[in-house]
Design a protein around this ligand. Sequence first.
Ligand code: F6P
Length: 544
Amino acid sequence: MADSETLHSDSNSRGIAADLARAADALETMQASGELAPVVTVAPASPNVPPALFGAGGPMLKRFDESTVASRKGSTAPSPPPSVKGIGKKVAKPDYSEQKIVVAMVGLPARGKSYLSNKLMIYLRWLEYDVKVFNVGQLRRTKARQKAQKLGVKENHNAEFFSHSNAQATQSRDSLAEESLEMLIKWLKEGGNVGIHDATNSTKSRRAKIEARLAKEKGMILIFLESLCDDPAVIAANVELKVSQGDPDYKDMSPDEARKDFLRRINEYEKVYETITEPHLSYLRIKNVGEEVTMSRINGYLSSRIAFYLMNLHIRPRNIFFSRHGESQYNVEGKIGGDSLLSLRGMQYAKALPALITDNIGEKPLTVWTSTLKRTIQTAQYLPYTKLTWKSLDELDAGVCDGMTYEEIEQAYPDDYANRDEDKFNYRYRGGESYRDVVVRLEPVIMELERQENILIIGHQAILRCLYAYFHHLPQADLPYIKIPLHTVIKLTPKAYGCDEERYTLPINAVDTHRPKPKAAKQPNVHPTTQRIYYVEEEVKTSA
Ligand code: F6P
């Protein structure tokens, strides 16, 4: 069938070939005149990081990039075929309803259990699984607060409360852990996918109870996740975090008293702690986050994915920098997509960027990741660091709208334009992508980012929105409206419960490509937090 779409794509691909040839000539001329430095592709820089197989720098990625580098359309606006009425559609979230996993944490206090729980939750939520952490400490504090408020009874949760020779307190802690597990099971039955039981679960008998309880439920997979840590510096940092971040358990103590009490609490747990040796259990044991991982009886897609993610985490201090490419010729013309070169102001940004980055990072090693599109490669050209190109970092593919302005799209396809505004995350351009599609293709990038140390990503508006939403744990509906302006470097510093952020805007003018959500009463609320949450958010029963 020689329909209009085929004809359109044939004539379009001739145009694309001509465009690519023109762009290649331009790049060659720039390279010859020294304007454009050659791209260096080498293996990961950090001596601490093992070479990647699939990620940036890995043999799989390089082959993929080389074979697909010319797949993006050229820089002419395709005129939409007149027979095409609807150009794209909203694509529903994949059905994950059959996935039911309980991840039960195991570990002494101050061993990073809540850190791992939180990271795992954020990662899986970014991929749109329904995930919730059931933290027994939060439940304990919430109930104690309710008792104090309603009954005037004040419970003391000092180290004595955590002693296993204190029978009454032990019973109280056991029943809190059971209640938290019941809340988790109920939530899974109501539609949740992954419930994380954030407790010490530090004895064989406690784990056996969890196992027995879950055996009564159909289709729920149980994985234990043990966090071991024998690095005194990490333990000390975790203790300090506990003492300094306003933990309500220590609100009536001086920092020194709090520190001593918390160390005594750890000691009470150490007396009875049993590392996982039960051979029949499914478990993952992580030592010093990222140093050593033991895995046993992990089967199935989602469980393996969880394990793979956790294996890639580390807690060494580092920075992640995001910058969009410098202003491009398409940005100036108001066109989306394409593979145009930088504008003059974009080139100025590329020239100014190295000083900003080197001032910030000093002598520390850094690796620069770009997409395969010319505007990011050009922006990175003067940076004196190892550079890697990722096909997965290419801008959201606007399909048949590639190369058009928003006004042209609105005129040609008013219904689709309205649909996209209504549900931008789920809207997929015809022949192109939705934000969800982009999140899926960025998953290996996240995996590799977690493994690496200092990284600068020179990316695109939609791409950086997706990555930024992961690091700040922002909801899918807000993600497509996050402001990532041109000529601005965003510096993220990962912390225990989120990321600190600084933004540096260079004084080089650029167009504003951000389209706010039209007619929206409420613009997205982008307020990242690094604060630990100490209480259960929903209502809990007062009884226990
Ligand atoms: O306008 C620049 C750009 O990077 C386009 O290439 C891309 O289609 C667009 O931003 C993505 O932003 P939005 O999803 O808001 O249209």
